[in-house]
Design a protein. Structure first.
Length: 376
């Protein structure tokens, strides 16, 4: 009777927070998992300068896929500052002379995505040459009138955080202003009505997938990783812009709307399907979208934007599922959908399947795990 009374008292005093805290993964175990996964990647890619040769095409190692890996690596470095991680990132940037694939005049977000990592590296080691090309590229984008170039939602993650980081670094409002103009165009104007369906709280990947396009079950097509890119971008922007930035609340509102929609789509096993509203269209576990959702939600909980009691069980269910079902004993990651733009691409996605690129899936997982580690 006494034990029941104590339990009831603990619950009445907010014991749910205590219970949730007890269910957090052990930090040491989480860190060991991240180290193992990253070690597998670095072991299989000892020379970070080598280009990728995929589907008969050679691609430089500073394209978007590698950028996402380095985003994850620097997130891991922030909680576990192994010198080898820093050297691996510095050698990569230095080899490319801290430049973009196809130069400083490129307007394609996949090409200038690397700039956001260069800015992070500059913050760790403030050498002027690290900023020269990324600043030239962003200034070109700021000083020219085009705002319609993030026509596929992946580009929001590839492009937007660089503007936010440069704005924070320099204190110049022009980067925040241009970032909003480009985001707002994709959100509200691209295609017929913009790519963000506020009613469903999710994004169409590009105008080829907005209505009348439908999934086999008649629902709209919301690709998991595409929505994950936007979700991650919002987090990475909110982490940089000041509290009084004029559009901060707009970004927060979109983050909260997406959070509610993403939460409702989670599978029973903790993962998310590649098609968020059609679980039977290539339904199954998928790691990259799931990782990006965990990354965003964990960040939202940690920064007080998402209710801990409501969202922590979602995050923990997903993280525990990824660690248990996707991480191989040697650190290889299963259930990673390869590059593409919709549910059918890169299939079949299985425990043993190998994606066309091995870098961006690792980056997504490292981002997620680093945020899990930071939860208290």
């Amino acid at each position: 009777m006494k034990k029941l009374f104590i339990a009831a008292l603990v619950f009445a005093l907010g014991g749910t927070h205590i219970l949730h805290a007890q269910n957090l993964p052990d930090q040491k175990e989480t860190l060991n998992t991240l180290i193992k996964v990253n070690k597998h990647y670095m072991k299989n890619n000892p020379d970070c300068t080598l280009p990728s040769f995929v589907k008969g095409k050679m691609r430089a190692s500073n394209i978007w896929t590698r950028t996402v890996y380095y985003e994850g690596l620097l997130a891991l470095y922030s909680i576990y500052p192994d010198t080898e991680y820093y050297k691996y990132a510095y050698q990569w940037g230095d080899f490319h002379k801290w430049g973009m694939w196809r130069g400083t005049t490129t307007r394609h977000a996949d090409n200038y995505a690397c700039g956001q990592v260069y800015i992070d590296m500059y913050n760790l080691c403030p050498k002027p040459e690290i900023l020269l090309n990324v600043k030239s590229n962003l200034n070109m984008l700021v000083n020219t009138p085009q705002i319609n170039e993030w026509w596929w939602i992946d580009a929001i993650q590839m492009g937007m955080p660089g503007f936010a980081k440069m704005g924070k670094l320099t204190g110049e409002q022009k980067y925040f202003d241009k970032m909003w103009q480009m985001y707002e165009y994709t959100r509200n104007q691209h295609g017929e009505h913009g790519m963000f369906n506020q009613k469903d709280g999710l994004w169409w990947r590009d105008q080829d997938f907005d209505p009348p396009y439908k999934e086999p079950n008649g629902e709209d097509c919301y690709w998991s990783r595409g929505n994950g890119w936007v979700y991650a971008a919002l987090v990475r922007v909110l982490d940089e812009i000041p509290a009084n930035e004029v559009h901060r609340q707009d970004y927060i509102n979109d983050f909260l709307t997406m959070s509610k929609a993403i939460k409702a789509c989670q599978r029973e096993d903790g993962f998310w399907n590649v098609s968020l509203h059609d679980p039977n269209h290539f339904g199954g576990k998928e790691l990259t979208g799931t990782s990006l959702f965990v990354y965003g939600m964990a960040w939202g909980i940690r920064n007080g934007l998402l209710d801990r009691n409501e969202y922590l069980p979602i995050v923990l269910k997903a993280w525990n599922a990824m660690v248990k079902d996707a991480v191989h004993p040697d650190g290889f990651l299963g259930y990673v959908q390869g590059t593409g733009k919709e549910p059918k691409d890169g299939q079949p996605v299985t425990y043993d399947s190998k994606p066309d690129f091995d870098d961006f899936g690792t980056g997504c997982f490292l981002l997620a795990g680093s945020e899990i580690y930071k939860l208290k």
